[in-house]
Design a protein around this ligand. Structure first.
Ligand code: HSE
Length: 312
């Protein structure tokens, strides 16, 4: 084990990406969480400090996504003899749809793995980061934030339980607008409102759009991407959670975005564009919709982060 502390950064992520509910995600540049892992003599993981998160995050190791992820990694490695202090710096809001709980879990395993002289690759860290994120999502494993946050690029989870995760080939030149309106939507609640049934017609449309999106992104077919960036199943049920959702979506599309929808379970919204000018214009237009309603918001314009989490 290294003698000095290690700091890791894990980025904010957009998940679902319209037609890929629980399946697709990508990270952006800018917002993210940091975790500092420092060796200590007594075995086990102790969370010594949490900044950000409005004091809502537990310091008990087994109730915290970073703590659970770190312990899962130490157990797997058979290194329960080591002692590690974790400091968590939450640099993005909780319940925002930007993958906040995933980022803490990912930063934790990346920092601890590095502290232990990197016994595992990034891909091998995925189950342990997922174990951490799982406690924030009511026990369900969905990798659509954890996988892209850790690995970078757009990821496709064919099966969450067996970690059957793949990178999606992406055309260059894509820009993301991400806007976080300051309202809280908890993932568990946003999942509870979803109907367990989908009509055959909608199932076919959603599957066709997912295939079209992946094909379009791979071959750089902007028209196909635009036709496919649609969510006929989840968005119509969750839009009510975001005041002004349809106005902001229309505003982004009028600027020329390829698509615009809810980021993860919301309330953040994202738009995907094929140049930075459209992405910046979409940012201003979406912001105007929330400003008009008196809803404070933060907006980010970024390319897709191809690196994911890193030691920094
Ligand atoms: N895909 C999840 C949802 C969010 O939309 O409920 C994060 O995993």
């Amino acid at each position: 084990m290294k003698k000095t502390g290690v700091k890791a950064f894990a980025p904010a992520t957009v998940s679902n990406i319209c037609c890929g509910f629980d399946i697709l995600g990508f990270p952006i540049h800018g917002p993210g969480d940091e975790v500092i892992a420092t060796p200590r003599d007594e075995p086990g993981i102790r969370i010594t400090k949490i900044t950000g998160g409005k004091g809502k995050l537990p310091k008990e190791t087994m109730k915290n996504t970073a703590g659970v992820a770190g312990m899962a990694l130490l157990n797997h490695l058979g290194r329960t003899d080591v002692g590690i202090d974790l400091e968590i710096r939450k640099k993005m809001p909780f319940g925002s749809g930007m993958g906040s709980s995933a980022a803490s879990a990912v930063a934790s395993v990346v920092a601890i793995n590095h502290l232990l002289n990197s016994p595992l690759t990034k891909w091998e860290l995925l189950p342990f980061a997922a174990a951490g994120e799982q406690i924030a999502s009511g026990g369900a494993i969905h990798l659509d934030n954890v996988a892209p946050c850790l690995l970078g690029g757009m990821t496709f989870n064919r099966d969450n339980d067996s970690f059957d995760v793949h990178r999606v080939y992406l055309m260059p030149g894509l820009y993301v607008t991400l806007i976080y309106p300051h309202i809280e939507v908890l993932t568990a609640e946003a999942r509870d409102i979803l109907s367990p049934n989908v009509s055959l017609k909608k199932m076919t449309q959603q599957a066709a759009n997912l295939g079209g999106l992946i094909l379009g992104l791979g071959k750089g077919d902007l028209k196909l991407i635009k036709r496919s960036l649609k969510d006929v199943v989840i968005e119509p049920q969750r839009a009510q959670l975001i005041p002004g959702f349809y106005g902001a979506q229309a505003a982004a599309m009028e600027c020329g975005a390829l698509g615009c929808s809810i980021s993860g379970s919301g309330p953040s919204m994202f738009a995907l564009s094929n140049n930075s000018l459209i992405a910046e214009n979409a940012a201003k237009a979406m912001q105007a919709v929330f400003d008009k309603q008196g809803i404070e918001n933060d907006v980010y314009v970024s390319t897709i982060n191809m690196e994911g989490a890193k030691v920094c």
